[in-house]
Design a protein around this ligand. Structure first.
Ligand SMILES: CC(C)(COP(=O)(O)OP(=O)(O)OC[C@H]1O[C@@H](n2cnc3c(N)ncnc32)[C@H](O)[C@@H]1OP(=O)(O)O)[C@@H](O)C(=O)NCCC(=O)NCCS
Length: 193
């Protein structure tokens, strides 16, 4: 079975406009904490801060050589040996092909491998059930239900907090690796550039 070739490469200055366009897509903004239309000025301030912050990392997700999404780490803490992460595929047409699962594998491996951290967290709007279930399928456990955690379109929204420990991953990794290999993904390429 063949699968798309997926790569994570560091965000560069030339990605700035693309990221603004993606982030303002309704299909992306719907799942983010804020969904107002982001102006070029606000985006420029965010981009400068994001790319200069040593506690964050941003990667462009490429599928068969084309940029299709963004993955990032935040709150990287050496002291507490943990970080948080999030991702999106901009075009809904590229979702559901396993790309997100492969990216999840790459990011987890990077966090517990190259970065040597002990815990990876993420937060997902509770109505984004497919995604918190996707995280759970990689061994993340629900650690919190944050009630009325964010306001979107004038409404309070609950958020699920999930965590994956390095020790959880040691047990889960073979299962996740086998699932991706069965879909045709090349796990030798599951490295973050
Ligand atoms: C989250 C996201 C990156 C996942 O990427 P993806 O390429 O669509 O995920 P996959 O194709 O690897 O799907 C993984 C599993 O989740 C399921 N799934 C994914 N999205 C789904 C959806 N909207 N509805 C139902 N199931 C879904 C798939 O069926 C698959 O299950 P399987 O492994 O049993 O076959 C992508 O859906 C996305 O960009 N969503 C919008 C942004 C978002 O919600 N980001 C997370 C915010 S924290």
């Amino acid at each position: 079975m063949s699968a798309p070739e997926v790569r994570l490469r560091g965000v560069e200055a030339g990605d700035r406009d693309r990221l603004l366009a993606w982030r303002n897509l309704p299909e992306v903004a719907a799942w983010m904490y804020s969904d107002h239309v982001i102006s070029p000025e606000e985006h420029a301030r965010w981009f400068a801060a994001a790319t200069a912050d040593p506690a964050r990392r941003y990667w462009i997700i490429e599928m068969d050589g084309a940029p299709v999404g963004l993955a990032n780490l935040a709150d990287i803490s050496r002291e507490h040996r943990k970080c948080a992460w999030a991702y999106y595929l901009a075009d809904p047409a590229v979702r559901g092909k396993g790309v997100g699962s492969f990216v999840e594998f790459c990011v987890i491996e990077h966090v517990f491998g190259a970065l040597g951290l002990n815990k990876l967290n993420c937060e997902v709007l509770i109505e984004n059930e497919a995604v918190w279930k996707l995280h759970e399928s990689f061994g993340f456990r629900r650690e919190a239900l944050f009630r009325a955690h964010v306001w979107k379109a004038g409404q309070p929204r609950d958020v699920v907090g999930l965590g994956l420990m390095a020790a959880d991953w040691a047990g889960q990794r073979p299962v996740s690796a086998e699932r991706l290999a069965a879909k045709g993904f090349d796990l030798a390429a599951a490295v973050v550039g």
